[in-house]
Structure formats: C-alpha cells, structure tokens
Ligand binder design. Structure first.
Ligand code: CA
Length: 434
C-alpha cells in the first residue's frame, strides 16, 4: 500500500471509532496517542482503551512497513518504551500515522482491532521507560523566588539563577508509576537551625507539581546538544510528583543540595504524551523581562518554546475517600509560566559533554505561577504552614498527612483542537515504617 493511506494524527477533524476517544472532556483523543505499557508490553492509549503494539504487528495490521522488520520487532518486544524511542524520527512519525489510520472512523481494520483492544490499565504496574538517570531542575522563577524569599527575605534569587538552569541529580530507582503508595521517609531533622538533629519520620511531607520529559535521542560523550535541536531530542512528556520532606531537606541541603529529602519516591503519570502530540500547544517562551539578562549563546534559543499545559493538584484524605467526598483542588497553574524551557534544560545538561541516553528523565522543578492559587507545592501554598488550606472534610493541611492522596492532572486545550491530556499522576502517603 502507498503512504497516502496513512493519516496525520494532528488533523483536528479526525475522529476515532474507539469508545471514549471523541469525548470533548477526555484526555486521549486520536490526536494524542500516548505510549505506555500494559502488562509488560508496549501499548498506545486511545479513549478508554489501550492497544499493544505487538498484538497489532502479530495480526499483520500495520499498513505501511515500519523500519526494518527486525528493528520494529525489537521495538515492540522491549517491555518498555526505550525500543520505540530508538526508532528513527521518520519511523516514529510513520508509527503514529499507522495508528491514526487504523483507529480513525471508517478504518477497514476495525473488526480485527476491536478484538485486540484492552481496558487501559489504571493504575499501571510499572513505569513506561527503563530510566537510567533522572535529573530534576528548578526552572520556575515564581517557585525559586517564593522559596528563596522564605529563607532569604532580602535576597531571594541567588546571582546564578537567571543565567544557569539549576538542577540536581535525582534517583531513578525510586521512580514509581501513578497509583503507587509512597512511604513517609525517616531522616535527620532539627528543631533549631544549628541542630543537634534527631532521627525519625518526616513531619513536613510535601508534593511538588512538575512536568517531566524523556530523552529520545542520545548524544555521544564529550558532545553537546544544540539548544535549537534540543526539542527534537525529546521523546515525550509526563506529570511528575517530586515528593519532598521539607524538614529533612532544610538540614541536609547545604552545601550539596537535596539528597534523602527527595530520593524516597517520585511518582509519574502512566502515559507518555509525545512531543508530536504537543506541537499544537507550543507557545513562545520563556517570559523574560527587559531587565533579565540575555541567556548565554549556548542557551539562547530564538525560537524558545514553552508548552501551554494546564496543571491541577487535588488532595483527598482517607476520611474523604471513606465518606465519598470529592478531592479538593489545591492548585491550578500552567507550564507556560516556566522561565527555562525544556530545550534549554536539555541543552544545558549536555553542554559540558554529558551524554544523555534514551530513557533518561528530566523534570522541570516545581511549576508555580504568579498567583497564590498557582503555587505548585504546599511549602509555598501554605507559606511554610502559616496559611493552612482547608480540605473538603473540613480538616486543615499545612503539610501532608498519612492517607492523603495527591492527584495531579494535566491537559492542553485551545479553540478548534481536541483536548490533549496526560491522565493522572496519583500517590497515597503511607505511614512511616517502624
Ligand atoms: Ca523538585
């Protein structure tokens, strides 16, 4: 068959025959087609359903050959998305076009595909990528200014902040899929700034609302990624909850940055929304003022791109779950407010010659906007606990309590285009172990 039978999934008028795919409030229309894993196999999400790529290949339903047979067989046989991300960009594009063709209304393959559709696994049992390395940035000016002003009221931003995307190396082993419980960590905490410390469960457990992205193209050790090419090195995006123990963090973070305050758990959403699916929601970035310094040339991207992703955080306590009380929205913001763009974060990470590998995850740091409601963690939202928030069961929160479930949602929306969503990133706080 010729290539012209394939369909461009970014066509806003395309509709699917799959249940739930045409729901205007749904996250997964045919224009999205995010990838994940279902029962240990690479899958694509559409509406309420998922489709394992290996099943489609085995049934001989791809209309246009993808890569070489061996390459594509390898990509779908790998239990994680690393194999799909290794396909050449043209092949990835063709894979999406194939899927759009099969899943669109009027597809001649519908009857055969209907037998292969699975209920989308919520929650997933495993993370979608083998994540070799995880790096967390600190790219929101509002977040950095808010947190800085709590600790250094007269000098909230350090002199480097507007010149260098600040980050630290996170821990990939403790990244967990949405729906996993996260155990309240033990650690050293102090009553006074100078100690002495005691050791026990964290009393100031927090979430951090972030957007993460996966590297889809590697660079050789000693080479850089040009900031103008960096966008094309990104495979796709997820929601991230960087759980943070503020009392442990306060004592340990100087001089080398966060360590045990952050490495006990990081939750990510199940479905990786591809860079292609987010193209319609690119917005100019970053929002720099006339007084802000020009980025150094290696970070200066004249086509700088942010993404207009609406983000929400909700909390549901154990009592709210028992009594059927809906989760309380505690934060609403947008990823478009970030000072450093994903391309700048990636280009900076590789700028010293660090080789980025397929499946590495980079996260943005807490996404906070200019308003109180758009602050992306409880530390800021309650201003270190001085302005508690009230949940739907009438109880107050300065920080998280055992049994609290944190639910993050993200979606893109604009007139004339279907909503592109991320699904949810959920996690329940489990009591500290004895
Ligand atoms: Ca963080």
């Amino acid at each position: 068959m010729s290539v012209n039978v394939l369909l461009d999934p970014s066509d806003p008028n395309l509709r699917s025959w799959v249940a739930g795919a045409n729901d205007p409030e749904g996250d997964f229309p045919i224009q999205n087609l995010p990838y994940g894993t279902v029962d240990g196999a690479v899958a694509v999400r559409i509406g309420d359903k998922a489709l394992c790529l290996r099943d489609v290949l085995d049934a001989g339903l791809f209309v246009k050959k993808l890569a070489s047979a061996e390459e594509f067989q390898y990509a779908v046989d790998v239990a994680w998305l690393n194999g799909v991300a290794e396909l050449e960009p043209e092949q990835q594009k063709m894979l999406r076009q194939n899927l759009a063709y099969m899943l669109a209304e009027g597809s001649p393959a519908r009857a055969k595909l209907e037998r292969l559709l699975l209920d989308a696994n919520e929650p997933a049992e495993e993370i979608p990528f083998v994540i070799g390395d995880y790096t967390d940035f600190y790219a929101s000016l509002h977040h950095a200014t808010n947190v800085g002003s709590m600790f250094r009221p007269t000098n909230p931003l350090l002199p480097n902040w507007k010149h260098v995307p600040i980050g630290y190396h996170g821990r990939s082993s403790s990244i967990v899929p949405s729906g996993s419980g996260v155990t309240r960590p033990h650690g050293q905490t102090v009553a006074n700034d100078d100690g002495p410390p005691s050791w026990g469960p964290s009393k100031l457990l927090d979430y951090e609302l972030e957007v993460g992205f996966f590297v889809g193209r590697r660079n050789e050790p000693g080479t850089r990624i040009d900031v103008r090419d960096a966008w094309s090195h990104i495979f796709g995006f997820v929601l991230v909850n960087d759980w943070s123990a503020r009392d442990i963090q306060k004592w340990e973070y100087q001089p080398l940055g966060p360590f045990l305050a952050k490495n006990f758990g990081t939750s990510i959403s199940n479905w990786v929304v591809t860079r292609e699916a987010l193209e319609p929601f690119r917005v100019p970035g970053p929002p720099r003022s006339a007084e802000d310094p020009r980025p150094l040339p290696y970070l200066d991207d004249p086509d700088g791109v942010n993404l207009d992703i609406n983000l929400e955080v909700l909390i549901q306590s154990a009592r709210m779950r028992e009594q059927g009380i809906a989760p309380t929205v505690v934060s609403r913001g947008s990823f478009r407010d970030m000072f450093w763009t994903p391309a700048q974060m990636l280009a900076h990470h590789a700028s010293g010659g660090c080789n980025m590998e397929i499946g590495d995850m980079l996260a943005s740091g807490t996404v906070s906007g200019p308003t109180k409601e758009s602050r992306g963690c409880l530390l800021e939202r309650t201003w270190r606990g001085s302005e508690p928030i009230t949940l739907g069961d009438g109880t107050e929160r300065k920080f998280l309590q055992d049994g609290d479930e944190v639910i993050m949602r993200g979606y893109c929306r604009k007139p004339g285009y279907p909503r592109i969503g991320f699904g949810e990133c959920r996690g329940i706080v489990l009591p500290a172990r004895a």
